[in-house]
Write a protein that binds this ligand. Structure first.
Ligand code: SF4
Length: 416
């Protein structure tokens, strides 16, 4: 039995890097400090090791050759970055898309509305470490992080002891904003109810109030106005909102309205908007694409250089018949439904954890290990802080995604 400390969990965007993993005979038997979601993400570390070529078992060499043929024969190839791969693999995937003069998109597009709003307006943000140290008022805007980001409150914004919060939870005030069924944490110190269809109006009114531009009173928006007065009196406000899609569709103007409110509050006090992101290193995909191409998602190399089509991501391209072959790198189980549905109609190559179980029947499927469990590299937390991955099962007999994708890249660069 051995224990590996400071392992990073990619079960959600919190990317907790304080996990101790216990290994017995090549299996993970315990992930100490991981939440329920994280424990499920680690599992026992066992992954399939199949290579399938047109439904039959094959060698890696043949799989790479067939994958290269499928992709180079295509007129409009798409590369898609799914979850549970490192930034190093994502970087090679960008090079492949460039080589193919194809399009590339990623899971980062799930929070596309917020990314686009930030590109238009800028963004008043902060690292989670900064929130932990300084926030004295935490406003959860229609989200209880306990469900999808279980340790967010304990590690960062609420319970943790910080410079300006020497007593942790009791040093901070927590407000839950309830938007219909999208409710804030049950144990908040205060609650504000806003009708979901009035959310964007409420955010606009709050911003106008901060800027001293609201005249008269509107009874329906009075709770929101009272809340923003409280926010202006805090020393450091963390405004926390979920950037990922959920069961309740978000107003398309909401992301920009939240950004604008956070920016306005910085004229009176300090406010950081903390947007909650999903796991699998999707924030890394955003970062890698930005540093390699200048754009965070929905990039097209069709003209021989990167162009940005933010409203024509993978799902829209697949639905519109603009793709005739796709390379999916990462865990198929992490794909948005809209992308997975579209892949059923095109020739695909899947490389990643449990690729052989992909529901859309890839022409070539190569199973690999999981970033952070079987292989190292770098991943990004939801606040864009890069973290090293310390795999507990590295060296076990599991195929590397890094080496497999690199082999495909070299094959394509050498002329398939
Ligand atoms: S909060 Fe997220 S990153 Fe942390 S242990 Fe749970 S699933 Fe993993």
């Amino acid at each position: 039995m051995s224990a590996v400390e400071h392992v990073t969990c990619l079960g959600c965007g919190c990317a907790c890097d304080d996990i101790t993993v216990v290994v017995e005979r090549g299996r993970l038997t315990e992930a100490q400090r991981a939440c329920v979601l994280g424990t499920a993400w680690f599992g026992d570390g066992q992954v399939p090791q199949e290579i399938r070529i047109r439904g039959r078992a094959g060698t890696l060499e043949r799989a790479i050759a067939e994958a290269a043929k499928v992709l180079t024969d295509a007129q409009r190839p798409l590369v898609y970055l799914a979850g549970d791969i490192s930034c190093e693999v994502q970087r090679d995937a960008v090079a492949i898309a460039d080589r193919l003069q194809g399009a590339i998109d990623s899971l980062a597009g799930t929070a596309g509305a917020g990314v686009l709003a930030a590109q238009r307006r800028g963004r008043a943000g902060a690292t989670l470490g900064e929130l932990r140290q300084r926030a004295d008022l935490v406003v959860f805007w229609g989200v209880d992080p306990g469900a999808r980001y279980p340790r967010y409150s304990a590690r960062y914004a609420v319970d943790a002891v910080g410079l300006a919060a020497p007593a942790g939870r009791s040093s901070r005030r927590v407000i839950a904003v309830d938007l219909g069924e999208a409710r804030g944490p049950a144990d908040a110190d205060g609650r504000v109810a806003i009708r979901p269809d009035a959310e964007v109006d409420a955010l606009g009114t709050m911003r106008a109030t901060v800027q001293g531009r609201v005249a008269g009173t509107n009874a329906a928006l009075a709770p929101a106005i009272a809340l923003v007065h409280e926010m202006t009196q805090a020393r450091y406000v963390a405004l926390v909102a979920d950037a990922e899609p959920g069961p309740i569709p978000l107003d398309p103007d909401r992301a920009e309205a939240l950004i604008a409110l956070a920016q306005a509050l910085n004229g009176r006090t300090r406010c950081a908007l903390s947007t909650l992101r999903g796991g699998g290193n999707r924030s890394g995909a955003d970062a890698v694409l930005t540093w390699q191409t200048g754009f965070p998602f929905a990039v097209d190399f069709g003209r021989g250089y990167p162009t940005y089509r933010p409203h024509a991501g993978a799902a829209e391209r697949l639905a519109g018949g603009e793709v005739d072959a796709a390379l999916v790198i990462g865990a198929p189980a992490t794909l948005p439904d809209s992308v997975a549905r579209g892949l059923a109609g095109v020739a695909t190559v899947a490389i990643g954890p449990r690729a052989s179980a992909a529901g859309w029947n890839p022409v070539v499927a190569v199973d690999t290990g999981v970033a952070g469990i079987h292989e190292g590299g770098t991943a990004f937390r939801m606040d864009d802080v890069p973290l090293p991955l310390r795999p507990a099962l590295e060296g076990e007999d599991v195929r590397s995604a890094t080496a497999t994708v690199r082999a495909l890249r070299e094959r394509l660069e050498g002329g398939a």
